[in-house]
Design a protein around this ligand. Structure first.
Ligand code: DQA
Length: 156
């Protein structure tokens, strides 16, 4: 049966979640995170998504509960995959990990910096074990690589 495309059940719609402080990209520790702003990253993602025939909904939040809510609604809202940079919550949030595990939507974790080459507390991701995979250390390009990976998952 052919599925109709509509707002609540779009085909190939991917949810992109940026976690805390990523709204400050461009001015935030440029030596670590680069000079590219979040708006520029989002533009790159939208351009790449368009070229691949997928739709993105992009959100940024500094609040753990809000991110948990967004992930929890992802199934009902018809998202086929999630691309997430949980930022600092990567290392602390059991709640976000449980939300990703609960929805069982293919999820890819991304980081601008190489978290394994930084302070020890960043070496552990609580989220990665419930994700399909992780991209870490390629600056803004981590997002495009991560998006390519999630598109590959939904087009399988
Ligand atoms: C980050 C890495 C995290 O350790 C840090 O807390 C961030 C950004 C990254 O993209 O490199 O906020 O997720």
């Amino acid at each position: 049966m052919k599925r109709k495309r509509n707002k609540e059940n779009p085909l190939n719609k991917i949810l992109v979640i940026h976690g805390p402080n990523l709204n400050l990209l461009g001015q935030r520790e440029p030596d670590v995170y680069g000079k590219t702003t979040l708006e520029e990253i989002n533009r790159q993602l939208q351009k790449f998504a368009k070229s691949k025939g997928v739709e993105l909904e992009i959100v940024q939040s500094n609040h753990e509960g809000e991110i948990v809510d967004t992930i929890g609604q992802a199934n009902k809202r018809g998202f086929k995959a999630i691309l997430i940079n949980p930022a600092a919550y990567t290392h602390t949030s059991v709640a976000i990990r449980d939300a990703v595990a609960a929805v069982s939507i293919p999820t890819v974790e991304v980081h601008l910096s190489n978290i394994y080459a930084r302070e020890e507390f960043r070496h552990t991701s609580l989220i990665a074990p419930v994700c399909h995979g992780q991209v870490s250390g390629f600056g803004a390009n981590s997002y495009v690589l991560g998006l390519e990976a999630v598109i590959g998952l939904i087009k399988k």
